[in-house]
Design a protein. Structure first.
Length: 217
């Protein structure tokens, strides 16, 4: 007897990816063995793009009435826009979001690390901030010299990424809650209805982040 099975999508690995992932996991487990609070002290971060031309699941939108109201919603797809968003997860709380104007560059990222991030962390207890680790992937803006210099100043020997204390393994979305949890949760919520304006999308992202409980995270 045949049974239906769903296709599962996974990130394709290349070259030494498997070995890099094993080394990273072994290093991370070693840190946790030496410090029970290590996992809660890692600020996992990432950027994502939200646009007004993503398809909305109309099957989940219903209007109940005795007669067809010919319910329609106007969507302006003539003017396309996108929003770049930075977010982080530290322990059981979301840090951010922070909206990046235009394309992310090394200088913008360094300014964010130095001037914006401290304000986003104001509500984090001082003892956690002083021992906190910063994690990001190896995108070009993250690897720019000015970005690495800012990270070395803000998180000396306490950041994970290219040229950091330990390399973040490329193509490993299953190892960061940003990819396997937060971005999917946000996009499933904010795209329930078609976005109307940039500010409307920003409001949705802020509201969704604020609604996420510590138990959910």
């Amino acid at each position: 007897k045949f049974h239906p099975y769903h296709l599962s999508l996974h990130q394709e690995l290349h070259g030494t990816d498997f070995e890099n992932r094993i080394r990273f996991c072994q290093w991370f487990l070693h840190q946790m063995q030496n410090n029970d609070c290590f996992l809660q002290r890692v600020l996992f971060t990432d950027e994502a793009t939200f646009t007004n031309h993503r398809q909305v699941n109309l099957r989940n939108m219903h209007y109940w009435a005795p007669e067809n109201p010919h319910w329609m919603r106007e969507i302006d797809h003539q003017r396309r826009w996108s929003i770049n968003v930075w977010c982080g997860i530290l322990g059981n709380q979301v840090i951010g979001p922070y909206f990046i104007e235009g394309q992310l560059t090394g200088q913008k990222y360094a300014t964010f690390i130095t001037e914006i991030l401290p304000a986003l962390l104001e509500n984090v207890p001082l003892n956690i901030r002083l021992g906190m680790w910063y994690m990001h992937d190896g995108c070009p803006a993250h690897y720019a010299r000015v970005s690495r210099e800012a990270l070395h100043r803000q998180f000396p020997h306490r950041w994970i990424g290219r040229d950091g204390e330990f390399l973040w393994p490329p193509r490993s979305p299953d190892l960061t809650p940003m990819d396997y949890f937060l971005w999917g949760t946000l996009k499933n919520t904010v795209y329930c209805e078609p976005p109307t304006t940039v500010e409307n999308m920003k409001d949705r992202i802020l509201e969704t982040c604020n609604r996420l409980s510590s138990e959910t995270i």
